[in-house]
Design a protein around this ligand. Structure first.
Ligand SMILES: [Zn+2]
Ligand SMILES: [Zn+2]
Length: 167
């Protein structure tokens, strides 16, 4: 009798075999678990056991023959929806910002182009005047003594006089 108390740890194969035998004896045909449904196999299960026979035989750790906990799906769906909403909001905000920046960029280009054209016109006029002065042969009116007429540093006031306005 003493040696019956000292139980050896049974192998998983033996335990699975016991589960199979248990379900073969105690189980009855029930609405299929998803595994049996997919495999079109007879779902034999017991109210007292959480896995059906085919799932035990297949070594599947989980069987949903006694129902599925739907709460994780609900929770995850809510999390995804919330994140999606937040991302959409961010996206719309960024789209508006991008549109604003592009509009400002176009306005700046138009003003800059107008300023450049105006400067080109002034430069051409000054160069024409210099050429006229040089060809008239007046002493001391040569190019070497002419004041520099190169492009002046960028003058922001040109932007204001070039028409249009910033958003
Ligand atoms: Zn099953
Ligand atoms: Zn199952």
């Amino acid at each position: 009798m003493a040696d019956r108390v000292k139980k050896r740890k049974r192998t998983s194969t033996a335990r699975r075999h016991d589960q199979v035998r248990f379900l073969e004896r105690f189980g009855s045909i029930m609405p299929s678990c998803s595994f049996c449904y997919e495999n079109k196999s007879e779902c034999v299960a017991s109210d007292r056991y959480d896995r059906c026979l085919p799932c035990v035989k297949a070594g599947r750790p989980h069987c949903d023959v006694h129902g599925v906990d739907l709460r994780p799906f609900i929770k995850e769906k809510e999390r995804l929806d919330a994140e999606r909403q937040a991302t959409l909001k961010e996206l719309f905000a960024n789209q508006s910002k991008l549109a604003r920046l592009e509009q400002q960029s176009r306005a700046l280009e138009a003003k800059a182009l107008a300023a450049f054209r105006r400067e080109s016109r002034l430069l051409e006029e000054e160069e024409a005047a210099e050429r006229a002065a040089a060809s008239s042969g007046a002493p001391g009116a040569g190019a070497s003594s002419a004041p520099p007429t190169t492009l002046s540093p960028f003058d922001p006031s040109l932007l204001d006089s070039a028409g249009g306005s910033f958003g």
